[in-house]
Design a protein around this ligand. Structure first.
Ligand code: ARG
Length: 587
């Protein structure tokens, strides 16, 4: 184990048990970063009450801290222990220990991050675009954040199931199928723009539906056929789904998103489960008829006037809706998939929908003991004017055009760099694509996912500050040191020693990688990992400015510093990889 916080927590707990008895072995030692040392243990203050009670005599926190320190075995781990203030225990890690753990991480494929001892089955639901509709920047963000969460969970050894809950069912498909028949099925097969331009296709259908009563009538009949599973209608529906899948996969490939067709479990997948789901709610006496509809009133949800808010399970016309599908989905994920945790990476505006669906599922007993359902809320994406992102002409922004622009701008910035070599056109194109796409992805990942976020090319494509290009560049600069040294980073074995403060700070920060990855997954907040990587790059910059590597005073120091460079490089590349951000070899 190389995470200083965890190691120290273990040692302090052992001291607590030795000083106060085995019942204190599980007490939280409250280890925190400290201004005066590397870490401090603040547990003494919280023990005043229980110990006073147990001993029948007023205890003071400083005395408790002294008792803990007397039993604290930190030989070889901590070089200085100091009690300060009311009873803080300040702990300074020994330089040798830090260097030793950095050395361990260097020799470990997993960079010192142990795989989960008890892997959980975690369904990460993300992306979830709608069939026959273009993806918008909101889908872009849920896709990027969800993919990072899935990658991080997998790295930690969790049993991750990716789930793309595409919107591929419902009443609009009546008019969409009729529109498909009007433009001709062969147009879809040819990938003709009359179908593959999804926005135009959808709008054309909508317009006809509103203006042509005959078309509207055909559409309604078609919905009934679709719901009845009529084979010819299903065939046409499948064609539309396939056109959209092709488009989604194109976007995923360009973004380097790991979703495949096998991860799709769209709304249609749950169609046969809707009626049994409604039936079970009725049988259990949870659902009731209100104005002809079947509804559930989960306790605690009130409308503006204080009136109880319903979840509509079956509309008065007999149709099911979005909520019913989500209830059937929860039921399936617990009964059939036996998930331990489900992370819904979906826009924040759907928060109430999920809270209510989760509440109904709990009432129905569909949330197994220990099963966690969580909505990982994604904030809206705004333009630089603070309003929902639009084109200059006021239209919705097309994803492909947005990415093209990012790559084009990345190219302009890239050409301004002081390069470490010359690039032919193909190399330049590959790098610029990685920088442009990486910039967009990192921008989504570096801010708290639930905050609104301003889509600003100038900021995200800058090579300065907490940006993707800055981190990519930091990694390639380390690679260029190895090229100059004429050695491969894989051959930098140290041994690592830490003498200079900047060496020590860098090595210590490197030891925090596992903790950053874990907390990103536990909270489903990839920005915690992004923040860690940005701080790592900053610690590296301070090291690089203060501690010459190639011109180190002696060979031992040079080997140690090269090893620190190698470990930093691998940590950056691995960390960026977990965020789904590629690192070019050279820039
Ligand atoms: N298709 C929906 C949309 O584009 C998102 C689906 C979210 N997931 C869910 N289980 N309801 O808004």
């Amino acid at each position: 184990m190389s995470d200083p916080q965890l190691v120290l927590a273990d040692r302090v707990r052992a001291a607590l048990a030795a000083a106060f008895g085995p019942s204190f072995a599980d007490t939280d030692p409250v280890i925190r970063p400290s201004q005066f040392a590397d870490l401090q243990a603040n547990v003494a203050m919280s023990l005043v009450k229980p110990l006073t009670q147990e001993r029948g005599e007023k205890q003071n926190p400083r005395g408790i801290a002294e008792e803990i320190v007397a039993r604290l075995d930190v030989d070889g781990l901590v070089s200085k222990v100091e009690i300060s203030g009311p009873g803080f225990i300040n702990l300074t890690l020994s330089d040798e220990w830090i260097a030793g753990r950095a050395q361990d991480a260097l020799a470990d494929d997993r960079l010192g991050v142990p795989p989960a001892e008890h892997p959980q089955k975690v369904i990460v639901e993300y992306s979830s675009p709608n069939v026959a509709k273009e993806m918008h920047v909101g889908h872009l963000r849920t896709t990027i954040v969800g993919d990072a969460i899935a990658r991080i969970g997998e790295f930690l050894g969790e049993n991750v199931v990716r789930d793309n809950h595409v919107g591929d069912w419902g009443t609009p498909f009546g008019m969409l199928i009729e529109q498909l028949l009007d433009v001709g099925v062969d147009a879809a097969e040819r990938n003709d723009s009359s179908v593959s331009d999804l926005t135009a296709f959808y709008q054309a259908a909508r317009q006809k539906f509103d203006s042509d009563p005959g078309f509207a009538e055909r559409s309604r009949t078609r919905v009934v056929k679709l719901q009845a599973g009529d084979p010819e209608t299903m065939r046409l529906w499948q064609i539309l789904v396939d056109v959209s899948k092709r488009y989604f996969n194109h976007v995923y490939a360009r973004l380097g998103v790991t979703l495949t067709d096998d991860d799709i479990k769209g709304e249609s997948f749950y169609n046969d489960l809707l009626a049994p789901t409604a039936q079970e709610l009725t049988d259990k006496g949870i659902a009731e008829i209100s104005d002809g509809a079947l509804v559930v009133f989960p306790p605690g949800f009130k409308g503006r006037e204080g009136d109880p808010l319903p979840v509509i399970v079956r509309k008065s016309d007999g149709g099911y809706n979005y909520s019913t599908t989500d209830l059937a989905t929860i039921r399936y994920r617990s009964d059939t998939e036996h998930a331990d945790r489900v992370i819904y990476v979906v826009g924040a505006p759907q928060s109430l929908h999920f809270q209510m669906a989760f509440a109904v599922a709990r009432m129905a007993g569909w949330v197994n003991d220990g099963m966690v359902l969580e909505h990982a809320e994604i904030g809206n994406v705004l333009g630089t004017d603070g309003k929902i992102l639009r084109t200059r002409a006021g239209g919705t922004v097309k994803l492909a055009e947005l990415l093209d622009e990012a790559v084009e701008r990345a190219g302009a910035e890239f050409d301004k760099l002081n390069h470490d070599g010359s690039f032919d056109a193909a190399e330049r194109e590959a790098i610029v694509e990685a920088v442009g796409i990486g910039a967009v992805k990192y921008a989504d990942l570096s801010v708290a996912r639930d905050s609104e976020y301003i889509f600003d090319f100038d900021r995200m494509i800058s090579f300065k500050g907490n940006t993707g290009p800055y981190l990519q560049y930091a990694a390639t600069r380390i690679r260029s040191i190895f090229r100059k040294a004429g050695v491969s980073p894989d051959d930098a074995h140290g041994p690592i020693t830490v003498r200079e403060p900047a060496e020590r700070a860098l090595a210590l920060h490197l030891l925090g990688f596992g903790a950053a990855v874990k907390s990103a997954f536990e909270t489903a907040e990839p920005h915690r990992l992004a923040t860690y990587l940005f701080e790592l790059a900053s610690a590296y910059t301070a090291f690089y400015e203060n501690c010459p590597v190639l011109k180190a005073p002696d060979d031992e120091t040079r080997q140690s510093r090269l090893a620190l460079c190698a470990l930093t490089l691998r940590t950056l590349v691995t960390g960026l990889g977990l965020l789904g951000v590629p690192t070019p070899e050279r820039m």
